[in-house]
Write a protein that binds this ligand. Structure first.
Ligand code: FMN
Length: 175
């Protein structure tokens, strides 16, 4: 099937999704290139990226694509994260990051993996600060309560069957 799959990944869960998706579509997954101008897409473009607070490498990549790429190729951005499914979809944080391009990009949310045992020092410090702040917050959402409850643990919510809607999107958007 004609399709281009690009991904970013720090700890491997997004890469697993990207490679499984590419395999199902009969293509290969590539890391998001440094230079967006260097891409030569084949069919619809699927970008997969972890959510990292306000950072989303996939959204940055989509924003850096030339206008004519967006005009010629359908684009989907799948954000992998630990936010509980319903809240991730309801908040649709990726739409805000995509700004004016949000209405041209199909958005998907996939459950991720957060292993505290393998975090870099920088990420561990970030999470420590975030959880300390959340503990002091008076009204906590279910997601925030879950973040506090699982702090320090290894939690793997990766589920490759969740790629089905993305596969359907690629099929629907074949040239
Ligand atoms: C520093 C840090 C910040 C994160 N921020 C978010 C976030 O804002 N929203 C979210 O849903 N998940 C967040 N996560 C969870 C990651 O998105 C999740 O662990 C993801 O599966 C990581 O992908 P990777 O294994 O490909 O690196 C964060 C994780 C880390 C380490």
């Amino acid at each position: 099937m004609a399709c281009s799959v690009y991904y970013s990944s720090y700890y491997g869960s997004t890469r697993e999704y990207a490679e499984a998706l590419a395999q199902r579509l009969g293509t290969t997954a590539e890391r998001i290139p440094e230079l967006a101008a260097a891409i030569a897409p084949q069919g619809p473009i699927v970008v997969l990226s972890p959510a990292h607070g306000p950072l989303n490498d996939g959204a940055t990549f989509v924003l850096s694509l030339a206008d004519d790429i967006l005009e010629h190729y359908p684009v989907a951005l799948a954000t992998v994260g630990m936010t509980l499914d319903e809240e991730a979809v309801a908040k649709d944080a990726t739409a805000g990051l995509l700004n004016k391009r949000a209405d041209r990009v199909a958005r998907f949310y996939l459950p991720g993996r957060l292993n505290y045992s393998e975090l870099s020092t920088q990420h561990a410090m970030l999470m420590k600060g975030l959880i300390s702040a959340l503990r002091l917050k008076p009204k906590k959402s279910d997601n925030e309560k879950n973040m506090i409850a699982t702090y320090g643990e290894d939690v793997d919510r990766v589920d490759l069957s969740r790629l089905d809607p993305l596969v359907a999107w690629v099929e629907k958007n074949q040239p």
